[in-house]
Design a binder for this molecule. Sequence first.
Ligand code: ADP
Ligand code: MG
Length: 328
Amino acid sequence: MPLGEFGLIGRYFQCAALEQAGGHAKVALGIGDDAALLDPAPGCHWVISTDSLVQGVHFPDHYSPDDLGYRALAVAVSDLAAMAAAPLGFTLALTLPRVDELWLQGFSAGLAACAAEHRISLIGGDTTRGPLNIGVTVFGEVLQGRALRRSGARAGDLLCVGGPLGEGAAGLAVVLGQDLPATLTGSERDYLTSRFWRPRAQCELGAALAGVATAGLDISDGLLQDAGHLARASGLALHLRTTGLPHSPALQAWPAALQLDWMLRGGDDYVLLFTLPPEQAALLERWREQGWAVSVIGEAAVGEGVWLDQQPVGGADGYQHFKESTHD
Ligand code: ADP
Ligand code: MG
């Protein structure tokens, strides 16, 4: 007999690997009732964010369900990291064309792997039939006054990124098999594939930035476009230097101009972009010692817009839905 809606939920989602991934007592009631109950710590804000994944837009047609499960949660958790929040729980709105148990097994295993890494529990969701669509809502907490917002940067602050840029875009090129250079090695290919499918949400770095960085966000749609959001929200200009951009050695097989384009405009990197008062610069060295590849790529100044090597760059220079000519 085919598995019905409730059998499916029970077998693949109402399981310890997902329900208890958080390992903390802040989930008072999880899957099984009409709604979940969460207990954030006193003095904390709730931090809530939703992401949808649509086949053909957010992920290509050929994929492993395991990777898809991981990625669906990782990109949502990245928004918590970008607010300096600690993950607590998430809900899953899943629309499936049919019940495919092999698919569900892989998907829930990938989801559980990411949930375990970030200690975040699945607390509920919805399951319906229709074209494949994955909606994840994440819930986190942050001490009041400590959230990392897009506004708040000040003239003179250092503009920093939390890791190398362009790996997400190169990863997508590898996943799609687009014009791959002959010199691309097997290990570069594997590394970049995993950077696309299994991005690492920078929660620990985000937590370290709380109360220290003046503004921040996660780079999902390309450095220039996301820097534009931060500049606008903070009401100042951001000056970037090409020479300061963190190159990824994994991109070396591609022409230099394409590497630069991916670093500036490629999406899917999910590293944090943040502003740091210059008197906090010593923290950068400490964070590097902790293994976070942070680097200074420019600074904030009086004015507006994003500037690269003293030239103004367009604000909408990255991926946008509902836009005729997008870079993807
Ligand atoms: P209701 O009809 O009251 O909205 P449902 O019958 O849709 O509830 O769901 C029953 C329980 O299963 C709820 O606790 C819900 O949160 C949970 N649930 C449904 N789908 C999923 C899913 N894909 N992942 C996790 N939990 C789910
Ligand atoms: Mg109900």
